[in-house]
Design a protein around this ligand. Sequence first.
Ligand code: CAA
Length: 262
Amino acid sequence: MKRIPLFHAGFTRLPGRLPMGAFETVIFEKDDRGIARVTLNRPQALNAFSVRMRDDLYEVLSAIKIDDEIRAVIFRGAGEKAFCAGADLKEFLTAPSAIKARRIRALRDLWRLFLSVPQPLIAALHGYVLGSGIEIALYCDLRIASEDVVFGLPEVELGILPAAGGTQTLPRLLGLGRSLDMLLTGRRCKGREAFESGLVSHLVSGERLLQSAEEVALEIASLDPRVVRSAKQAVVRGMDMTLDQGLDLERRLALQCRSASK
Ligand code: CAA
């Protein structure tokens, strides 16, 4: 898989920042099978989610969203020990102006951007997946993990609340009881339990992690992208609707797919 300069993916870089295709905290790759790979790349800090990483991911996701060649996206973490050990605690609450930081957060709302990406997102998870790390994984549509995976939301132990959607996304996946168990105590959840609870859909050995994620991505990439995107939309948007509204949405999307295929 080659690194592709982002402007090839229909993306215009802000001038004068980073060299083409290279990000400080993220590696973006795209291949000719329609698969993109986004690697969180701060292994020395267990891929902790920093302000820089937020901005890099924002640019990468904005580019992916409008790139019709991309049919599935894999997220993974660099290094042996972690997908992501949560927010960067070394820079946490160090913004010189809380007002400015809030304004930039609203302008660059990475979490809503995650929700708006039409292509299926696959998280390939290993090692620590904590705080913002699990929250990123929860914005993905499929989670594949290696046996060494450790999930957790340690925010309450740090005296803060999850602020990247975890209180909302986790219960949608695990239900109330299991989510509260993790959210109220910071309790860690490891491989087998994560698989049995539905937090991950596949549990594989470390050596097979990326290969398994690629197999799933390839399977998706071989299908009609309109149908795949509509199926994702029906399920994800439908989760926040009444059954009645969801059925209407499904009918509309099914009709659109049928008329587009004629
Ligand atoms: N932020 C910044 N640096 C981090 C980090 C983080 N979240 N997690 C790990 N690192 C750094 C360590 O400081 C260390 O760097 P140095 O070598 O320079 O000292 C390096 O990564 C390796 O980490 P450890 O030596 O601690 O590795 P370990 O195997 O002994 O422990 C760990 C691993 C249990 C994950 C431990 O690193 C840890 O507890 N990390 C913090 C986890 C955490 O609480 N994350 C924040 C969640 S809250 C959140 O994400 C907020 C939100 O949504 C708003």
